[in-house]
Design a protein around this ligand. Structure first.
Ligand code: CU
Length: 120
């Protein structure tokens, strides 16, 4: 009888240590995913009220910039390096800047809408 109690205590401890290891594993995966996201260094430009926000965005070389249209009107982002598709409400466009420099862009539908990405 004493043996059975001893064995069941051992089994209990074994199960407890297993579940703790699992929790630890999940924690490790989560923190790895977060630091992975940081390394992507993505930057966002919001298109709203016929303007780019921020109007001038500074990013390191290799960064991916994503434009998100929050306007009711459609917009097309155009520069010497790229031209987006027509971005309707909620649509986004992304471009990865590999070389340092200043890239000005505008909306080819509403040409008074201008912005700039400074790649360092
Ligand atoms: Cu536009």
């Amino acid at each position: 009888m004493k043996q059975i109690l001893l064995i069941s205590i051992c089994v209990m401890f074994f199960l407890m240590s297993c579940s703790q290891n699992q929790d630890k594993a999940i924690e490790d995966t989560t923190s790895a995913a977060i630091s992975g996201n940081n390394q992507l260094s993505g930057q966002e430009v919001i298109i709203k009220n016929y303007a780019f926000s921020p109007e001038i965005l500074t990013v390191p070389a290799g960064a991916t910039v994503i434009w998100v249209n929050e306007d009711a009107a459609p917009h097309i982002i155009q520069s010497d390096l790229f031209t987006s598709n027509t971005l309707n409400t909620g649509d986004s466009f992304s471009y990865t800047f590999t070389t340092a420099g200043e890239i000005t862009y505008l909306c080819s539908i509403h040409t008074s809408m201008k912005g700039k990405v400074v790649v360092q």
